[in-house]
Design a protein around this ligand. Structure first.
Ligand SMILES: [Zn+2]
Length: 587
């Protein structure tokens, strides 16, 4: 079996006539949209025509971006793909400007509700139209928009590119060997404690070499965020982010309150892991990711496929068929190879009702879990199939629902039948992950809040940034971490702070993880009766606010109790882990 993915249903290659034709069609469609905006016609006909045109445009962009982006992701040296990637980036700026013009037009319609009432076509996308009209006051003024977008190419975007360059070219002096940063950080998972400690010390020493330019990148990107929020008429960067996420402050506050309440339990887990590894005074930062217990069994691709079909198929037979088909139809690019990027992701091609998964499978249980995660995204895409493009835009907090659901389901099933040694190790790795998405993410949120607020007054110095990072870690990890061994450079490590245009790229992870677990708890409780509700929930992710999507399955995300119920399951796992640790110590 060929375990590279099959992109041939998109295009046969860059020399495929269909590729050139689609690429040429995009600017034509943009011109047609501009002409529609200027034409002498009724608002009803214009809005309907723009709706059809958008559908055609996004179907094209979907195919083009997917083909180019996915080709590059497994073949970084492909110069033809890189050239078309640049072309598409410039094209997407043009698309953005026409989009804004359309949004401004919709925002100016005083009779939008009448138009919607008069048109079945517009009724299907009424949510998107109303949202566009509501948010139109936040579009940049027409006279300055192209200049602000262009300035950002040499401002926030340029600092973001510089950050990636600094990060990807930094060499870490590890035991006399020059390692790329990613390789040195990967040693945090090494079973040898001395390796982990040495790698951590080498990593911190390496950041010293880039701390000054990194601090300029961070200060500049957050300054641009402040400027953008102001220019778009938002009260704050957080307000802008929440509105873009279709989430309200009440929901965010409820989630943080519950996480705050459960911090003592996370600290209990961290201290227990610390004691297990021989540290009396909390876990040193370099042992956060230390593996514990006997490493579990490994899997071939065929075994992983069978496992996923079997375990996730317990949700519904349709899920089993879906996963088996994804393997059979070569939706997945499986193995690492030179020129292929790290990590894993899933890309959906909406109009083809297909998804593509990139992963770097090496046979560990964690790799099987990653496949479950990415195939969860693919299942989500399947649930969105057939909807108009205007209704498939899932906001960040909801984007991980199906992936976390699958991961949680797999872990739940596997734990049921695991041998005691394996159980200990699996339980710990799931606690390690949730500690990242709850405790570490909370520290990142606190840190980013501080940087954005301080930036109103001055650019923070390297020392100030390091202090703010340690304070944020203190506030969330508390005595779970050994105070003398924290990570003052996490602000330089995490790329999420540096996405120009995306801020607070942290709370959606906490939301996604706890929400996905909460949804899974509903399935545990309701069983088969929940299957249709779940699929409906996924299908509605782009058609309502976060709170309304959650309410459709009876979840109130504004209530602290919902978040407590998800965290209570984690607390039980922590209790079990602490007992297992004590039992091991007693042996
Ligand atoms: Zn994901």
């Amino acid at each position: 079996m060929d375990w590279t993915w099959d992109l041939s249903y998109l295009y046969k290659g860059f020399d495929d006539d269909a590729f050139a034709a689609d690429l040429a069609r995009v600017p034509q469609l943009l011109e047609e949209q501009k002409a529609l905006l200027a034409a002498d016609m009724s608002d009803l006909s214009r809005l309907e025509a723009l709706t059809d045109s958008n559908e055609a445009l996004y179907a094209l962009l979907d195919r083009l971006f997917t083909f180019v982006g996915l080709t590059l992701s497994v073949d970084a040296e492909n110069v033809t793909a890189a050239k078309y990637d640049d072309k598409l980036n410039m094209l997407s700026n043009d698309v953005g400007l026409v989009d804004s013009a359309i949004d401004r037009y919709i925002g100016g319609l005083t009779n939008l509700e009448e138009l919607i009432a008069a048109s079945p076509k517009l009724q299907t996308i009424a949510f998107a139209l109303r949202e566009t009209a509501r948010d139109a006051i936040h579009i940049l003024p027409e006279a300055i928009e192209p200049w602000m977008l262009e300035m950002s190419l040499s401002g926030g975007s340029a600092f973001s590119q510089l950050r990636d360059k600094l990060d990807s070219t930094l060499l870490v002096d590890y035991r006399g060997e020059q390692l790329p940063l990613a390789a040195a950080r990967g040693l945090a998972y090494n079973p040898d404690p001395q390796v982990r400690k040495d790698a951590y010390e080498a990593e911190l020493a390496a950041y010293k070499k880039i701390e000054l330019p990194m601090s300029f990148c961070l200060n500049s990107i957050k300054m641009e965020a402040r400027t953008m929020a102001k220019a778009r008429g938002y009260a704050s960067v957080l307000d802008m982010t929440l509105q873009n996420s279709r989430m309200d402050r009440e929901t965010l506050d409820a989630m943080w309150q519950a996480i705050d309440e459960y911090l003592p339990h996370f600290r209990r887990y961290l201290r227990a892991k610390g004691r297990y590894l021989g540290h009396a005074d909390g876990l040193p930062f370099y042992d956060l990711f230390a593996p514990v217990g006997k490493s579990a069994r490994t899997y071939t691709v065929e075994e992983a496929r069978a496992k996923l079909v079997d375990e996730l198929g317990k949700f519904t037979p349709a899920m089993a068929d879906f996963i088996d088909n994804a393997f059979e139809q070569r939706w997945i690019d499986m193995f690492p190879r030179p020129g292929k990027t790290g990590g894993a992701f899933c890309a959906g091609v909406h109009h083809a009702d297909r998804s593509l998964v990139m992963t770097n499978f090496q046979g560990s249980f964690s790799d099987v879990s990653t496949l479950a995660h990415e195939l969860g995204h693919a299942w989500h895409n399947r649930c969105l199939a057939g909807l108009p493009t205007a209704l498939i835009n899932t906001p960040m907090p909801l984007a991980e629902t199906a992936s976390i659901f699958n991961e949680t389901m797999l872990a739940h099933q596997v734990l049921k039948t695991a041998a005691p040694e394996e159980k200990f190790s699996l339980l710990e790795s799931s606690l390690m992950e949730i500690t990242q998405t709850a405790v570490d993410i909370y520290s990142r949120y606190l840190f980013e809040t501080e940087v954005i607020e301080t930036r109103a007054d001055h650019a923070m110095s390297v020392e100030e940034l390091k202090d703010a990072m340690l304070c944020a870690q203190d506030a969330t990890y508390g005595d779970g971490l050994d105070k003398s061994v924290r990570h003052p450079y996490m602000w330089a490590c995490k790329s999420h702070y540096y996405s120009s245009g995306l801020n607070f790229y942290n709370f959606p992870y906490a939301f996604g993880d706890l929400f996905g677990k909460g949804v899974f708890a509903q399935w545990l409780e309701k069983g088969d009766a929940f299957v249709d509700d779940y699929c409906r929930l996924l299908r509605s992710c782009g058609s309502a606010s976060v709170a309304d999507v959650a309410a459709s399955v009876g979840i109130d995300v504004r209530s602290v109790d919902f978040w407590r119920s998800s965290l209570e399951v984690v607390k039980q796992d922590i209790d079990t882990f602490c007992q297992l640790c004590e039992a091991q110590a007693a042996q």
